[in-house]
Design a protein around this ligand. Structure first.
Ligand SMILES: Nc1ncnc2c1ncn2[C@@H]1O[C@H](COP(=O)(O)OP(=O)(O)OP(=O)(O)O)[C@@H](O)[C@H]1O
Length: 365
């Protein structure tokens, strides 16, 4: 038995008109989102990890166990790989109620070779909020409830990895918003890796701990989500927008104006109070186009969120009239999108001390 935290995925797949070459190490827990345009190979990666598709040159090691090592002639079929797989559409047993579906999975649960505790149906029921639905027929569930049951059923087999292929894609906006908090909670409580395929910006910013950006079968970048979004080469545009992800903690509330104060490395921001608890960690998505720069401490401005920072880098934007400025707010990266004329007029240079004014930001959790 190997190191439990070791998850190595090396794949080399060729299909007519498409090749996939991937070599990545996945963290031992938390949510790794595979993000990329349609046809970039996200589902192929999941299917190869699951053994549903065989990559002719592959090394797949999960939780320290080798599931596939073509150089040594090892290929475990899917049923011998300890994994949970959640598809876009939940395929639940309609002749069983929710409890029956979970019980079916529990009977298939395999004990861990290293003796670590089983992921029990009780854990799945609690973490996905299913206790009131246990005796419901699966045909009487909403789409969001069905997906929560599908995830719980995948967990109840005690897998070493949970693979989710766009699990919210078949749901409408309201149902997606209903399921997202459960996925967030699962990501923080589950002690196994989750690999989550998505091309939805909101799912990336809310769920990803690690972000893998795939393009045309190649890993463009992999790393902690905030680091990936703040990096320069290539600039990652989720949903076509350059944005920064700022992680902070709620430190105070201003009930009179319905605002909450979020502290992060380098400063604080006020956001509309969304029933946040003091001490709670939140993520803020700040679009580059909502950040402006002043060379002197602004006064008499309507913009509430101003932080002192340093110009780290100035890059051309995709649009020729604009530039992207990467700001360093005591370690937190913030992108600003300005016209190139403004960059010239303010004589912005790397190393300059400036103030960033943030017009708007979105709480992502
Ligand atoms: N059975 C197949 N035979 C030939 N090509 C295939 C086959 N299955 C998938 N492909 C091709 O492999 C490429 C990657 O497909 P894949 O489904 O992994 O992408 P994806 O990033 O998950 O896309 P989407 O977001 O649309 O689901 C695509 O170009 C697709 O057309």
């Amino acid at each position: 038995m190997g190191n439990r935290s070791f998850n190595r995925i090396q794949l080399n797949v060729s299909k007519p008109g498409f090749s996939l070459v991937v070599d990545m190490e996945l963290p031992s827990k938390g949510i790794t989102v595979l993000y990329g345009p349609s046809g970039s190979g996200k589902t192929t990666v999941l299917r190869c990890i699951a053994g549903l598709e065989r990559s002719p040159q592959a090394l797949v090691q999960v939780g320290g166990h080798t599931w596939q090592d073509e150089s040594a002639g090892v290929f475990l079929p899917t049923y011998r790989r300890s994994l949970g797989y959640v598809f876009q559409e939940a395929s639940l047993f309609s002749h069983l109620d929710v409890a029956g579906n979970l019980e079916f999975a529990r009977r298939r649960a395999t004990p861990r070779m290293d003796g670590s505790p089983l992921l029990t149906p009780e854990f799945a029921i609690q973490t996905l909020g299913l206790s009131k639905l246990l005796h419901r027929r699966t045909t009487d569930l909403s789409g969001g409830e069905r997906q929560r049951v599908a995830i719980a059923r995948a967990l109840a087999t005690n897998p070493q990895i949970l693979l989710l292929d766009e699990p919210l894609a078949s749901l409408d906006e309201a149902r997606r918003r209903e399921v997202l908090p459960w996925l967030e909670q699962l990501g923080s409580e589950l002690q196994i890796p989750m690999v989550y395929v998505s091309h939805a910006t909101e799912e990336v910013t809310r769920l990803a701990d690690t972000l893998v950006v795939l393009e045309q079968g190649r890993v463009m970048v992999i790393g902690p989500v905030d680091t990936v979004l703040s990096q320069v080469e290539p600039v990652i545009r989720l949903g076509g927008e350059t944005a920064s992800l700022v992680t902070g903690r709620v430190i105070s509330h201003d009930p009179q104006w319905h605002l909450s104060e979020i502290a992060f490395d380098g400063g604080t921001f006020w956001v509309p109070d969304a029933k946040l608890q003091t001490g709670q960690w939140v993520r803020l998505r700040v679009l580059a186009r909502d950040v402006s720069i002043a060379t002197q401490a602004p006064s008499g401005s309507s913009i509430q969120n101003t932080v002192a920072c340093t110009v780290a880098q100035i890059l051309p934007d995709q649009q020729p009239a604009q530039a992207l400025v990467r700001l360093d707010v005591s370690g937190t990266a913030l992108w600003a999108r300005l016209t190139r004329r403004a960059v010239q007029q303010l004589q912005l240079q790397p190393g300059m001390h400036v103030w960033a004014q943030v017009k708007a930001m979105a709480l992502t959790q």
